[in-house]
Structure formats: structure tokens, C-alpha cells
Design a protein. Structure first.
Length: 555
């Protein structure tokens, strides 16, 4: 294990470099630690050639693969900050995030280039490689990974990243990378990861180099990850889980195994053929299709010692029973905590591992407080989960007011989640105090959906709540009050949302109301949740209909 204290990301990579072991395995590519260091250096040179420097933000619209890891590590070498974006976002969402994040460069695959062209209509008509679009004041460059960019997009703005890498292979840029790397410290900003909060738009969580490195090392220590182990995940790099597995593997001198685009059969085959020892599927929507795959019974997964999942106690017990040769543990945390705040102990008894999300990892503190008074609560009394420590995020990007609201004077982050602690220091998740849905593991702000529906002609009031779902855990349900005389159907609401938002955010149920359950001047969302849950139970509906749009998978 590489001691993580006081290291920057480039320093961690330097400490691991020179080893012939595999660092990363994707379905279509594999790279040693030495090769990964060389890849990062080549990306750093190309970023410098494009005018990116210390403190600049570089955005990624890339699938999980070597290019996104090369960008993350290459940007870190010159003190730039990576901002990974979900490739499931719609045009308006992409435009908002590129502008809000102050991205100077966007690096994209062909699909990401199409997303950018949809977000910024002027890009396809630019006659200069220096980008100028009114919707994103800081954006200056767009590069496309794979082949000649002009073959995918006609505008001069879309440069070929492969060509830029080749042109930047120069000694003077190598020297400049080395100079800048020497100035990068553990407290410098490293990444901005966006997570939906209780407001209409996502928030960018700023993490430092040390935050993410210490998180990875603490995770590795808790699960016993060691030299020669192989750590598997399907989580993308716009999700904090992708970072956690990468840096846990680098710290422990293990190998990260990634599925790329997740498909249950391919994931199962990879788990077996790559001799995976530790797995972090995270969500039952990912793990259950693997366990239920027709080839599962014949697969040899005997090398897997530890699986990390979250879910209800009933589902945790079921998943443990399906793979009894591995110890399953749970966890709790958030993007604000660099992923894991608490992780279960593989040595805990099975029922404790099913019920509890474990204890805080090294460098982190957690407690349960009264959400109104802020007073500490005793064991077994549910309250708001608060945490602080080395892996707590530094701030919300361009949002000092919410940062001050959520982080108190003593450094505790108030999560808005309802948990309890037992007498042995383990934490158990109950629900969310904040108005955020958890759809298949993705945070979805109810207010974001409400804003989209409220834009429809004829809508007076809209409230979005969580409806229970056997596949996703929960999905969005929209209650809508129309202006008198207005006519609108549920299908029209859903179609409108499909055009505006990522599919997982779209409400699966739309109900029209003439009056609301009220508490003083506030609508009682709890009553609305009870109503849709009772309706679905009465109709024996356990899973919502799958939604599709042209060219988009269901889900």
C-alpha cells in the first residue's frame, strides 16, 4: 500500500510508476502502470498545447475507457481541474453544465460531440478552432477522441484529439509538464463532480487531490484490497464511484477492472475471465441482472472475496444468498464525501452487514444530529447524518450560499439524509430528509423535474415525489394541477420531459389533481407519496413502464 498522506495525484502516479503490473483493464484496452503514466503525460502535453493551464477546467463527455482516465490524470499533472459530464444528459442539461462549470476545453467521443452540437448550435458553423459560443463564455476548444474529427462534425471547432496528441509530442512541452507538476500540491483542486441536490439544477462538488487519494486508500484498507488484487466496477467516471475504485487500486497496487458500457452478460463474463477479487456494483439495478443472468449458475466467481452494494436489508440478504462464497458489505456516503463515508467491515456478522452501512473510514468522522436543533442524538435514534474529514468536498462550485448553508462552522457537512447509529458505531440508512429521489442509484432533484413540467402551457402547479419501484428502487411521479380550461395528457407530459431530460429523470406516472393535501401554506408531499404508493399497491404494480426515445436504451 502506498502511504497516501500529503500526496497529489501526480505524486501518487509517480510513486506507482515503473511497475509492470496492469493498472487498468477495459473490454477493449489494458494498460500497465508505466503505460498509464505515459498516457497521462501525453494528455498533459496536448492540454498545454491547447492553452489549458493550472486552475483551468476541462470537461469530459466520454464513455468509460482509457481516454477519460488519461484526461483525469493528465489534467492533474498540470494543475488543471477535470469536470466529467454524464453522457445521458440532454442538450439543455449539457449547455447548462458546460457554462456553469467554466469549462475551457470539452473532450468528447463521437456521441459526446453530437451532444455538444445539440447544446451549442453555433459549433457546427464555427470557422475557427477557437470556440466562441454565447451560451458558454469560457469554452475555447472542443476535441473529439477517435479518428478525424471533421468526419463526424463539419465545424472547424471540432478538432481531432489524436492529431493533437501527436503534434504535442515535443520536448519543450514535456519540460513544461514537469515544471507544472512540481507545483501541484495535495490541497489543490482536482475535480468537480456534479450531483443533483434539492434545487432545480445540479451542484458541482469540488474535491482536492488529497480528498480523492485518501478516499481511495481508506476504501482499500477497509476491504483488504492488496497487491495483486483485481477490483471491478461498472460505475462511470462522471460518478464518484469510478474515481474511488481507480484510486483505491492505485494506492493498493491492485488492478482496476471496468466493464465499459454495462451489459449483464458481458459483465458476468468479465468477472470470471479477469479473475476479479473485489467487486463494487453498488446498486441492485446493476448487480441483480448479473445474478439473474442465465449464465450465472455456470460462472466461476470463486475468486471474489468482497462485494460492495447498497439496498434494503431484504435485498441485501437476497444478494448475499445468491453469491454466498463472497462477503457482501454495504456503505453510505455521497459525492460530497468523495463517495464513501462509511463502509461495512467484512468481519461483521451477516445481519449487521445487511442492516448497516458500516463505520466511518479512516480520516472521516460521522454523527447523527437533530435536523432542527443540530444537537447530537444518542444511539438508535434516527436523525440527520453529518460528516467531516479529509474527503469532505471543499465547496459547491459557484454556490457559496449553499456551501455555507450545508457546511457548519466546525466543518460538519449536513447531508439531509436520515440515519441512525448503533452502539458499535455502525450507521444505518433510513431515508432522505431532502427532496431528492434515488432512481437506480442516481440522484434526481424533484425541483428539476417540476421546473420542466411547469414550462408546459396550461400547468398551474406541479409536485414530483418518489413512487416505489421494484427495479429502480424508486421513480418519479408527477402530480399536476392545470389552469382552468387547459387540456393536457399524461403522455404529453412524459413526452415533453423525454425531450428535455435524461430518461431516468422522467416521471413514469402523471396524475392530475384539483386540490392538494396542505399543511398550512405548504403542500404535503408525504401524502402524495402515500397516495401513489397505495394506488400502485392496489393495482399490483411493482415496476414502472420502461421509457425509450429514438436511439436511447430503455431505462
Amino acid at each position: 500500500m502506498i502511504a497516501p498522506e500529503g500526496l497529489s495525484v501526480p505524486a501518487l502516479l509517480d510513486a506507482a510508476a515503473g511497475q509492470d503490473r496492469e493498472a487498468l483493464v477495459f473490454p477493449a484496452a489494458r494498460v500497465t502502470v508505466t503505460g498509464l503514466a505515459a498516457l497521462a503525460r501525453s494528455y498533459a502535453r496536448a492540454l498545454l498545447a491547447l492553452g489549458v493551464g493550472p486552475g483551468d477546467h476541462v470537461g469530459a463527455l466520454l464513455p468509460a475507457g482509457l481516454p477519460v482516465v488519461g484526461l483525469i490524470l493528465g489534467a492533474a499533472q498540470i494543475g488543471a481541474v477535470t469536470v466529467p459530464f454524464s453522457n445521458r444528459l440532454r442538450a439543455g442539461e449539457v449547455a447548462y453544465l458546460v457554462n456553469h462549470s467554466d469549462a475551457r476545453l470539452m473532450l468528447a467521443g463521437p456521441d459526446g460531440a453530437a451532444q455538444l452540437a445539440g447544446a451549442f448550435g453555433d459549433l457546427d458553423h464555427q470557422r475557427s478552432r477557437t470556440v466562441r459560443v454565447p451560451e458558454a463564455a469560457c469554452l475555447r476548444s472542443v476535441a473529439v477522441v477517435g479518428g478525424a474529427a471533421g468526419a463526424e462534425r463539419p465545424g472547424a471547432a471540432f478538432q481531432s484529439w489524436d492529431a493533437l496528441l501527436a503534434a504535442a509530442d515535443r520536448p519543450d512541452l514535456d519540460q513544461r509538464v514537469a515544471e507544472l507538476e512540481a507545483d501541484v500540491g495535495p490541497d489543490d483542486e482536482f475535480v468537480v463532480i456534479y450531483t443533483s441536490g434539492t434545487t432545480a439544477n445540479p451542484r458541482g462538488c469540488v474535491h482536492t487531490h488529497e480528498s480523492v487519494i485518501r478516499q481511495g486508500a481508506s476504501l482499500a484498507a477497509r476491504i483488504g484490497l492488496a497487491d495483486g488484487d483485481r477490483f471491478w466496477t461498472p460505475l462511470p467516471f462522471f460518478h464518484v464511484g469510478g474515481f474511488d475504485v481507480l484510486f483505491a487500486s492505485l494506492s493498493a497496487q491492485a488492478t482496476m477492472i471496468h466493464t465499459g458500457q454495462f451489459e449483464p452478460g458481458a459483465a458476468l463474463a468479465q468477472l470470471e475471465s479477469e479473475r476479479v477479487t473485489h467487486a463494487f456494483p453498488a446498486f441492485e439495478t446493476i448487480w441483480m441482472p448479473v445474478l439473474n443472468h442465465p449464465a450465472f449458475a455456470a460462472a466461476d466467481l470463486s475468486r471474489i472475496t468482497t462485494v460492495i452494494n447498497v439496498g434494503t436489508p431484504e435485498r441485501m440478504r437476497l444478494m448475499q444468498d445468491r453469491l454466498p462464497t463472497a462477503v457482501q458489505i454495504s456503505c453510505t456516503g455521497s459525492t460530497e464525501g468523495a463517495g464513501f463515508v462509511c463502509v461495512g467491515d467484512p468481519a461483521d456478522p451477516p445481519e449487521a452487514r445487511a442492516l448497516y452501512a458500516g463505520r466511518p473510514v479512516a480520516g472521516m468522522q460521522a454523527k447523527v444530529i437533530d435536523p432542527v436543533t443540530g444537537a447530537d442524538l444518542p444511539d438508535h435514534v434516527p436523525g440527520e447524518f453529518a460528516f467531516r474529514g479529509v474527503s469532505r468536498f471543499a465547496r459547491y462550485y459557484r454556490d457559496p450560499a449553499t456551501t455555507a448553508e450545508r457546511i457548519d462552522a466546525d466543518g460538519w457537512y449536513h447531508s439531509g439524509d436520515l440515519l441512525e447509529r448503533d452502539e458499535d458505531g455502525r450507521f444505518r440508512f433510513h431515508s432522505r430528509l431532502s427532496d431528492v429521489l434515488k432512481v437506480g442509484g442516481e440522484n434526481v432533484a424533484a425541483a428539476e423535474i417540476e421546473d420542466r413540467i411547469a414550462a408546459l402551457p396550461g400547468v398551474s402547479v406541479v409536485q414530483v415525489v418518489a413512487a416505489p419501484d421494484g427495479h429502480y428502487g424508486e421513480v418519479a411521479a408527477a402530480f399536476v394541477e392545470l389552469i382552468p380550461g387547459a387540456v393536457l395528457s399524461g403522455d404529453e407530459v412524459i413526452s415533453h420531459c423525454l425531450e428535455q431530460m435524461a430518461t431516468y429523470k422522467v416521471p413514469r406516472y402523471v396524475r392530475f389533481v384539483a386540490e392538494w393535501p396542505m399543511s398550512g401554506t405548504k403542500i404535503q408531499k408525504g401524502k402524495l407519496r402515500e397516495r401513489i404508493a397505495a394506488e400502485l399497491a392496489a393495482a399490483s404494480i411493482t415496476a414502472a413502464p420502461r421509457l425509450t426515445r429514438s436511439g436511447t436504451p430503455a431505462g
